[in-house]
Design a protein around this ligand. Structure first.
Ligand code: SF4
Length: 402
């Protein structure tokens, strides 16, 4: 089997500090492509993504889905080079390397993949083998993000994850030896089964692997999930104070290991900030393909049909499988830029909304409480865990205020 596409994507070599203003400014102009692969071995109890678990699909037809993806990418008009390609899910590593090759080649054909582009894939440790890692490198993938979540077997079981801590270490090591020079570890904190000690050990083991990038997200209870049904029936849910302590711990350890926090929940070594994520947080243009995928181009936000069968039917009928779209007006677009930009450690330019916000009652309260501040003409959230609260406060600014 040959999976070499013929082009070689250089490893990411840009060396800016992950939290630098210059990097954020560059990211505003990067274009990206997102590919959603919805298939999972089973559905984790907390997950509300557009996924299809093996026991829900009555025989997964991955080939048919890949054909549809290739057809959908072919429907994209006005193609231009992309600087980042991200395969997310679901579990993209459930696809055969030949299928991943087809998709990457189609993106390259329709858009062009810029020299030095980031080509990243989310992976579950249990799927990863040395040979698979080598195949991905030959296709052009240069970044992998492992959904490790925890190194505590009890927590992994509570989260419904299939892998063991040992699988996680083996997958990480195999990816390194296959030549991946940019590897992310995803962790999740605040599961009721987790203790202070088990979180400390999880963070310690993650950092000991020397990842180039670390993401740590709080467990959240999303409506409609098995977890939310269990919590409604009386099972313990996450404790927000405990989660805040866990966040502070991972932030402290990651920083002392040389990782720089550049977004609320993301830390990276210089040169390893995730291009795809940065470009979406900077409201760059990105196209997205697959079930439930959302994209943003030229001020228009659009989303795809979430159900697999309906998605397949639409694409096979030759239609772009949209479930809706909205054209943001100038104020909405500016407000979204500002609210999302608050997530970045580099802060956000005030634009037309920052001034009215900072002088509003809410804004002044947040400044007095040292939650937000102006640094180098940008508005910065000083207490990252309160970013959502600050963003909600921005909703009090109306078009007439700007
Ligand atoms: S592996 Fe990831 S995408 Fe799949 S069900 Fe679990 S959390 Fe959701």
């Amino acid at each position: 089997m040959s999976v070499n596409t013929g082009y070689r994507v250089p490893d990411t070599e840009y060396s800016q500090q992950p939290d630098s203003v210059e990097l954020a400014k560059q990211a505003r102009w990067w274009k990206s492509a997102y590919v959603h692969i919805p298939f999972c071995a089973r559905r984790c109890p907390y997950c509300d993504f557009a996924v299809v678990a093996a026991d829900e699909a009555g025989g997964l037809d991955m080939e048919r889905y890949v054909d549809a993806l290739v057809a959908e990418i072919g429907m994209e008009c006005d193609p231009s080079d992309v600087h980042a390609v991200n395969f997310g899910g679901g579990t993209p590593t459930r696809l055969h390397p030949d299928d991943l090759t087809r998709i990457v080649e189609t993106i390259d054909l329709r858009f062009g993949i810029a020299d030095g582009a980031e080509i990243s894939i989310e992976a579950n440790p249990e799927d990863w083998t040395r040979a698979f890692g080598r195949d991905l490198r030959s296709i052009g993938f240069n970044r992998v993000s492992f959904g490790i979540q925890s190194f505590d077997p009890e927590v992994l079981e509570a989260l419904g994850r299939v892998h063991s801590p040992r699988n996680a270490v083996e997958a990480f090591t195999a990816a390194r030896s296959a030549g991946f020079s940019s590897i992310n570890i995803d962790l999740m904190y605040g599961t009721p089964e987790e203790t202070d000690d088990s979180w400390r050990r999880t963070v310690e083991r993650a950092i000991a692997l020397e990842p180039d990038h670390l993401s740590a997200y709080a467990l959240t209870v999303e409506g409609g999930t098995a977890l939310s049904r269990a919590v409604l029936a009386g099972a313990p849910g996450p404790d927000f104070d405990v989660q805040a302590d866990r966040y502070e711990h991972v932030d402290e350890v990651a920083r002392s290991a040389g990782l720089v926090r550049y977004e609320v929940s993301n830390w990276a070594r210089p040169g390893h900030a995730c291009r795809y994520n940065l470009s979406t947080w900077m409201m760059g243009d990105f196209s997205a393909f697959g079930t439930g995928a959302h994209d943003h181009r030229d001020g228009v936000r659009a989303r795809n049909i979430r159900r697999l069968d309906a998605y397949l039917e639409q694409v096979e009928a030759g239609t772009r499988p949209r479930s809706g779209s909205e054209c943001l007006d100038k104020f909405e677009s500016e407000r979204e830029r500002f609210m999302v930009g608050l997530r970045l450690a580099a802060g956000v330019l005030p634009g037309s909304i920052g001034g009215p916000f900072m002088t509003s009652d809410e804004g002044r309260r947040l400044v007095d409480a040292r939650v937000i501040a102006v640094r180098n003409d940008r508005i910065v959230v000083l207490r990252p865990l309160l970013t959502d609260l600050v963003a909600r406060s921005v909703l009090s600014v109306s078009p007439g205020d700007c």
